[in-house]
Design a protein. Structure first.
Length: 338
């Protein structure tokens, strides 16, 4: 089967020939290391398309470069290191008084490039598009308002918070309605909801403020027949059942942080897991043998469901090339154990 068929069958629990390769490099700093990573993916090609606008196709630009820049939303960012997204230091909605006059940017900026890229691609690989427009709702909120202020707004139940969420969802739906008309296979949504040990807010608060927002956006994708991918870093097992309930087909999560066995026991066969390969510890600091052992463990723990697993390992700037190759080689060696 071709790469696209492999991913579809994994997502739909329909017997793929092997675990799909969804591994990807974080935005690569130009130079010898970047060339080394690209050579790796020529030897171990991804099953996902790598064209403009596809999720995880991270192009080198201001958001990944050391320095200070202002994004389209008026947020000022400070980056301390090339290849890593920085921190917002100025928030245009730090004062709610600015909400009435604040203008959201054009959600379709750059859309024609995505349209052209998708229409000219061969479609032998799975086409996973990013949600576009405002990106993650949670990410956008604390960039616009400030993380501490947003947490306070949630506790206080500020009406302005609800109004801003509604505006963000509205432009995302506007964008998604056009996106799903393209010849893509799925849409990746992303918000990092977890700390190392729990959600950033109470599950009840998440269900009150954010579950309806996601459901409204997911409905656009569900009606189109495309797959819904959802990415979240951190420990967020408490809301995985909610995400499944509102239509998520693939959960891209940190499996070692939450426990591979617990995820298999609770969600194996129910939602496809796009498994991170412990980018906090094993990938940057482990040995080649430890990386290989971890990949083998993840694959073997999730076998027996006729699919339901994609290896989605991230190759960040702190990951040695040797470890990246070990991850990809282990998937090649053990990936047929489905």
């Amino acid at each position: 089967m071709n790469p696209r068929e492999r991913v579809v069958k994994a997502v739909e629990f329909d017997g793929p020939d092997r675990v799909p390769n969804g591994c990807y490099p974080l935005a690569l700093v130009p130079g010898p290391r970047a060339e080394g990573v690209r050579k790796l993916f020529k030897r171990y090609p991804s099953d996902f398309a790598e064209v403009h606008g596809m999720a995880r196709t991270l192009e080198w630009g201001p958001s990944w470069q050391k320095g200070i820049y202002v994004d389209d939303w008026g947020v000022v960012w400070k980056n301390l290191q090339d290849g890593v997204i920085g921190q917002p230091i100025t928030h245009p909605l730090s004062d709610w008084k600015n909400l009435e006059t604040y203008e959201l940017p054009d959600p379709f900026k750059g859309f024609e490039k995505i349209n052209e890229a998708v229409s000219t691609a061969t479609h032998e690989r799975y086409m996973l598009a990013g949600e576009g427009a405002c990106g993650g709702i949670w990410h956008r909120l604390h960039a616009l308002r400030g993380f501490d202020r947003i947490l306070t707004d949630i506790v206080k139940g500020r009406k302005e918070l609800l109004a801003l969420i509604d505006r963000l969802v509205e432009i995302n739906i506007e964008y998604l309605n056009r996106l799903v008309e393209l010849n893509i296979d799925g849409v990746m949504f992303g918000d990092d909801w977890g700390t190392q040990t729990r959600l950033m807010i109470k599950p009840e608060q998440w269900r009150k403020y954010f579950k309806p927002a996601y459901e409204a956006m997911f409905n656009v994708v569900r009606r189109s027949g495309k797959h819904i991918f959802f990415h979240s870093d951190g420990y967020m097992v408490d809301i995985i059942p909610d995400l499944i309930e509102i239509g998520v087909n693939v959960a891209n999560v940190q499996v070692t942080l939450m426990g591979v066995e617990e995820l298999r026991h609770r969600f194996g066969g129910e939602v496809c897991i796009a498994a991170d390969v412990d980018r906090q510890h094993t990938m940057p600091f482990g040995t080649v043998r430890e990386v290989r052992r971890l990949v083998r463990s993840i694959v073997r723990r999730f076998r027996g469901f006729s699919g339901g697993l994609i290896l989605y390992g991230e190759i960040g700037p702190d990951v040695p090339i040797e470890n990246a190759e070990s991850m990809l080689k282990a998937l090649q060696d053990y990936g047929n154990e489905v």
